[in-house]
Design a protein around this ligand. Structure first.
Ligand SMILES: Nc1nc2c(ncn2[C@@H]2O[C@H](COP(=O)(O)OP(=O)(O)OP(=O)(O)O)[C@@H](O)[C@H]2O)c(=O)[nH]1
Length: 417
């Protein structure tokens, strides 16, 4: 089984021409994560285009081709592996890096990388990227100060950018932020240590990504099991078996644990845990398992099994920071389907408390309209209770999405306050 700790998800954000494609290309190329045939074709194209070396941006050009053909790809996922870790990069194309794409790509990320052009320093866009990383509670941020070759590898320029960034990030909730001076084009401090910046004592980017401690990014304290379906095999040998299949959203469950089923409130003890036909002593997030209980109680999809001494709140009135994702905007007095873990209910937006002006990061009150890319604090009322935690404490049971039933489109993503 894949040790989930070894899988690191990261997003890339930067404004147009900061060098995102070049950086990803450099990471793949220098870490030798490119397939031979792909590499050959890129080298040929680079030669044809008159490039002295390899045109690194070609690694991510697939995305551009598709875009030019009019196929909308908002977030592209790239996979690469080094001997130490597996990586998934959620990449959003530079000039369509709207809030919605960043939110979509970043919601499960361990790390957000934010690119800054060393010549320009911290700009409006950087602020927006930092804000979204903080809003989504992405545990780690790496600020890549790129194009250091164009500022004479100056330590002073780098230090100034670090201070500028720290000034804005100190007002946000960003837990772990690191700064790396680099040249993606020349490969300085991406995979290999730069010889041009001996003053930089830190590690190159890949090393940081490979060694970053991410196992504590998952909430291991609050045990939450979202029931997806009830298993009742019909064969004679399994006649007494009744298991609840679902996903451990967070925390750990062990045989013998005293549990409560929510929202009904019935209590029991865990009798067995199965992963396919394997019997486990314990299960942890994000495993999908089936759980057997000592008592026969009425449980269905959307219920949540939790440890009795640590329960989420059951509520029909929730406050969320909502990011509106579709172009139609929010329709007034409309019922949406709200999806929360395995629980689907109907919900209505009762009130827009305030919107965030993404440029100034100020709150704007008195404007109830929600359009694409808007971020707002809203009050939602659901038809039945949801078992919720705050997103800060639990990224899994603290997040929701809204779906428009008439089109089946996901129209908003929200973080429970
Ligand atoms: N001198 C220098 N140029 C760089 C560096 N990194 C990228 N560039 C150049 O900057 C330009 C933009 O790089 P891209 O990688 O295409 O930028 P991007 O951010 O991916 O741009 P979009 O795909 O439009 O979002 C290209 O001409 C790159 O060769 C660097 O470290 N130093």
């Amino acid at each position: 089984m894949l040790d989930n700790n070894q899988l690191l998800r990261f997003t890339t954000a930067g404004s147009v021409d900061d060098g995102k494609s070049t950086l990803i290309g450099r990471l793949l190329y220098d870490s030798k994560s490119i397939f031979e045939d792909q590499l050959q074709s890129i080298e040929n194209t680079s030669k044809k285009k008159g490039h002295a070396g390899v045109d690194l941006a070609l690694f991510t050009d697939g995305l551009k081709d598709e875009r030019e053909q009019g196929i909308t790809i908002d977030v592209a996922y790239r996979y690469f592996t080094t001997p130490k870790r597996k990586f998934i990069i959620a990449d959003t194309p530079g000039h369509i890096q709207y809030t919605r794409n960043m939110v979509t790509g970043a919601s499960t990320a361990n790390v957000a990388t934010i690119l800054i052009d060393a010549r320009h320093g911290v700009i409006e866009q950087t602020k927006r990227h930092a804000f979204i990383a903080s809003l989504l509670n992405i545990p780690h941020v790496i600020v890549c100060v790129n194009k250091m070759d164009l500022v004479d590898y100056s330590e002073e320029v780098f230090n100034n950018i670090v201070s500028q960034f720290e000034e804005i990030s100190s007002k946000m909730l960003i837990k772990d932020v690191r700064f790396i001076p680099m040249s993606a084009l020349d490969g300085d401090n991406v995979v290999n240590r730069s010889e041009n910046m001996p003053w930089y004592q830190g590690s190159p980017m890949l090393y940081v990504l490979e060694t970053m401690h991410i196992s504590s990014d998952i909430n291991k304290v609050d045990a939450r099991f979202a029931v997806q379906t009830v298993l009742r095999p019909q064969s004679d040998s399994h006649r007494d078996y009744r298991g609840y299949a679902g996903r451990v959203a967070s925390g750990v469950f062990r045989i013998g644990d005293e549990i409560t089923v929510m929202p009904s409130g019935f209590t029991s003890k865990i009798k067995g845990i199965n992963l396919y036909d394997q019997e486990l002593e314990e299960a942890f997030a994000p495993q999908s398992v089936s759980i057997q209980l000592e008592d026969d109680i009425d449980i269905g999809r959307g219920d949540m099994i939790v440890r009795s001494n640590n329960k989420p709140e059951a509520s029909q009135d929730i406050e969320v920071m909502l990011c509106w994702l579709n172009s139609t905007g929010a329709k007034p007095r409309t019922k949406y389907t709200i999806k929360h873990t395995s629980n689907d209910q109907k919900a209505m937006i009762k009130d827009v408390v305030y919107k965030i002006d993404i440029e100034t990061l100020n709150r704007v009150e008195g404007n109830a309209e929600l359009n694409m890319n808007d971020i707002a604090k809203v009050k939602i009322r659901t038809t039945k209770p949801l078992m919720i935690d705050s997103y800060r404490e639990n990224r899994s049971t603290g997040s929701i999405v809204l779906v428009d039933d008439s089109t089946n489109e996901t129209v908003a993503a929200g973080m429970i306050v």
